[in-house]
Design a protein around this ligand. Sequence first.
Ligand code: C2E
Ligand code: CA
Ligand code: CA
Length: 536
Amino acid sequence: MPNQPRTGIRLLIAIAIFLTPVLASAYLAWRECYATEKALSLSYAQSALRRMEETSGQLTAGARALALVNLSPCSPEDIRLMREIDLASSAVKAVGRVVDDTLLCTSQGVANPISLGRPDLVTRQGISIYFNKDLGGQPPHPLNVLAINGFAAIIDPSQTLDVLTERPKVEAAVFVPSSTNRLRIATVGQYFPSNWLRPIGKGTHTTIQSGGYLVSLVRSRMWDLAVVTATPQSYIDRRFNRLAVLFLPIGILCGALFALLVNMLYRVQSPFPTMLRRAIKDGSLYVVYQPVVELATRRVVGAEALVRWRSRHADMRPDYFIPQAERHNMIQLITKQVLSIVARDLPQFLSMDPNFFVAVNFSAADLCDKRTLAAMDEFLRVSGARPENIEVEATERAFLQGPETSEVIDALRAKGFSVAIDDFGTGYSSLSCLQSLSLDTLKIDRSFVDTINTDGATSQVVLHIIDMAHSLDLDIVAEGVETEPQAQYLVKRGVQYAQGWHFGRPMDPGLLCEQIRSHASAGKESVPAQACLRVH
Ligand code: C2E
Ligand code: CA
Ligand code: CA
């Protein structure tokens, strides 16, 4: 995948991961503010309703008390009793007598009768309500008169909703739900559209959003009364802004930590294909060379290219990542990378020794694919090498894959590349299978070389392998030679080549080049004077 879109996608993911806690905390904070304002709005409506219910209760209780004693309206006894009722009624300003829509006297005494006109409203309970009456107080102040059975309670509509004084922008109204036009007993606020006065069930409450306000409605269970309060959106916003100062830095911190953590996890735990592609792109795959010596002369005549993966913490072993790459069908990417590195290194080896060869490990997938042939042509073109300078190593398993593999191997040999069977003896094929394979070289696996000069049960197997290879006229490379006695044993049995720690560990190309040069000078061949390049 091209680099930029992947980086772009990762950046987008990082931004999304960063923003998620920030936005989530903002959303939760906003919900919290909304819920608080909603609860407040409802509680104001409920306490205003409670007051109105108290007034109505006190009015009917007063009317009942007066009816029981049957005193003559506005007589001194009547006024005394009304004063007692007034004192006991917290929610009313005064009580009085109303006969034929006229206020005759109040608990404060007898004055000139005041005509109230027709009641503005008669509730279901038979309470007549006269709105905004000037009852001669100083300074003049409109009052509401609620009358039943000749008894009246006088209330100040501005005090009905005074619970809202600390919230100046909140609008509110007490209204009579059963009345046409939903008559308001008291109103606070200028805006107050009539659609806020919605009918709701007795004893219920609701909250809605309307026209930028949070509108709460409560209706009395007993009385024909309801209260609506409307809190402007700006109250929620103001509360949210105060909270934002707290939650925003926390949200940003969480977001940054989250993004950092996910990025770290992505780097540590990204899937193998992603890691491998990244490693190829950023040059983390490199190649070391293990010398192959001619046993008789101990001259370095070739080398095996062994891939390495330099990770941030430590080098990864090919024993781990090669099988993984095979499982993910990505081994050909590695072969391609190894070939391109070898094509870069080989010219300096050849400048020291034109007959030098490099053995490259091929997997079954490479040998099943005819494109490998084109890749090898390209390799020769780029490196300027001859086919004899390359040996193709394949394990027994790769050889036995099927007709496509044989075709590719035959074609490679036809082009002049030599082909070696690697780790011989560790796979499934028997020695007799060797005859049917198209081969140049046999590499004896290290496990057999280890048994040389020991009494182990398999110590004789190495002899059979050597005999078989001789009879098939194959070159032999013994792998994993670690001691001189092993080398002596092998040379005596006619093994021509060997590799192993006894001759040299896998090394970087600059060091290998030096070794080729020193061997070539000892052989008095014409060796160029320039120094080997240190590639790593
Ligand atoms: P291999 O092809 O059999 O490579 C030889 C392995 O034996 C190398 O291990 C080498 O470092 C190790 N070795 C060499 N001499 C000695 C010795 O004297 N003693 C001991 N104990 N070990 C020795 P390495 O580099 O870890 O490679 C392991 C395997 O990974 C290779 O086994 C090969 O199968 C695979 N591999 C390495 N590079 C490539 C590659 O470029 N492509 C593919 N497809 N496979 C590779
Ligand atoms: Ca090998
Ligand atoms: Ca091997």
